[in-house]
Structures are given as structure tokens and as C-alpha cells.
Design a protein around this ligand. Sequence first.
Ligand SMILES: [Zn+2]
Length: 319
Amino acid sequence: MIVKPLKPPAPLRQLDVLMQRLPAVHPAYPKLEASYYKRRAGYRGEQSLTFIFNRFFQSFHILQDLRLPAPTGGHFQIDAMIVAPPRLFLLEAKNFKGTIQIDSPHGLLTRRIDGATEQFPNPLLQLESTSEQLQTWAKRMGLPQLDVHHLAVFTHPDHVLQRPEGALLLRPDEISWAIKRIMKGDTPTGRARHDASRLWCKALIDAHTPMPPPPLEQWGLAREQVPGGVWCAGCKMLTARWVNRRWRCEKCDQIAAKGHVTALEDFFALSSEPFTNAEIQSFLFLPQAKAVTRFLQEAGCVRLEKPRSHLYISPAADA
Ligand SMILES: [Zn+2]
């Protein structure tokens, strides 16, 4: 059972909004497009794990895409985690295309593609560091101790994997087999294990901090440069206008009561910086501020304390 599902990560969501709202002739467009397709491929790799989890791991608690506070400050990320007391499986997804060669369980990863050779750190080493941070965090939270296992999974559909025998460097279709082999001999779930699983999942979900959108400056853009407007679901254009307390498309007359919801989600995906009522008014092409106040309340936006009470912050994307 997936208790914390995968959602599109903030950088992908931001790119999606930018590509939908900026004209294709915008100077930043080619860079945005290249980055978008790269990130989307990685996301699809992680989505392929969702399919495996739903098919083979219904009896375990699974959390995808976690971002937790690191003991030394900042955050650390985990692509997927299977909670199966007395064990815990950490999974790192790698979306490499081409021939992947790893000569020893912790040796460098060599990737060959189109005549080029590149080297990358071994994902199992990356997991060692993640695992240390997770265990420090869990100790601090007073969680029951579990045996942590590390699995690196190569999710690209077009790869050839050359690896040492027995190393937990896997194709997605091998995850179930590898985990069952490790769990062989474990006794069936009892009350204590059920409780341990529940405690871990609750603490992880509570501690998860969604990644904020990255700074727009990296694309040479500011939020006010991104075209505003409310989408018409029929025309797929920013042609809906607020008329008589409803959104009506200027082109096809289609009516939508909640057109602002998607437009606000777009706005929140661009930046985590606080914003004013007037900025939203201008983004939604709204003639009056009163409707904005209601929309922001309904969206779960929080107004800052005095002296910054003219500013709002957006709700976390996947909290
Ligand atoms: Zn329309």
C-alpha cells in the first residue's frame, strides 16, 4: 500500500507552467524545454516503480519521494522506501539510458552511450549517506530501530546493466525477488511490527517537507514576466475572464466557476516567494481585490503577520 504517493516534483511543475504560459519564441524556451524533457524522463522512471509497488507490495507500507530535515541542516531526499519491520528498504532510482557497467558493489558507475563514456558515483554509496542521515533522524525521533537495506534501481526502459553478482543494483522487475530473498526466514507480521510500521510512516509523513519551486532567476525570469490569465478548458488558452462572478471564455463563451483554481496552482508553482493581493489580481486579470481574498482563503494561503500582513504565502504543493 502506498501511504505517501509520488507527485510531480516542484522543478518539473515549474517548467511545465513556464512552457504552457511563455510563447515558444521566448529566448528562454529552448533551455526550458531541454530541462523539462530531462526531468520528465526521471519522473517517469520513478512512476514505473509505482507500478511495481502496487503489483507486488500491497502488504507493505510504501513512501515515495520523501524530503526530510537533515541532522546537519538542509534536507535529504529518498526516492522510495518500503517499511517492512524489522526491515526498511531504501530505493534510489536512476534513469540512465545506455550500457551501465559497475565492476564492484561500490565501484564507479560507467555509462556508455552513442560512443561516449561517462562516469558517475555508485548509487549504493549515495544511499549509504542517505541511510546514515535517516538513522540519525529516526534515533532523534525515538523510532523503533530497523535493519536498513539499500537498493539502486535502474528505471530507464532502454538500458543494459552489467554488475557484480549479488549486488543490489537492480532492474525494476527484480525488486520483488531481491526483497523476498532478503526477507526469507522473517516471521510473519505481528502486533509489534504493525506498530513499528505505523510509527515510522506517521513520523515520515509528518516530517516530509515538499521541495519549494527553484528560483526563477536561473531561467533569467521574474514572476511578473510570466503571462497571467485563466485557462479556458475548451480552447486550452488563457482566454477566461471574470464576468458576473463566473469565468467566461472570451472566445467560446464556455463557463467555469472554478477557473481560478488551476491558475492559482500555476502561480504557486512558479515561486515560493510571498505575494500581494494585487499581484494575484493582475495575474488573474481580475477587476476587484475582494474576489482574490476569497480565492486565496479557499486555496489555503496564509497571510503573514504585521508588518508584512499585505503578503501571503502559498500552501505547500504536496503537503
Ligand atoms: Zn474557450
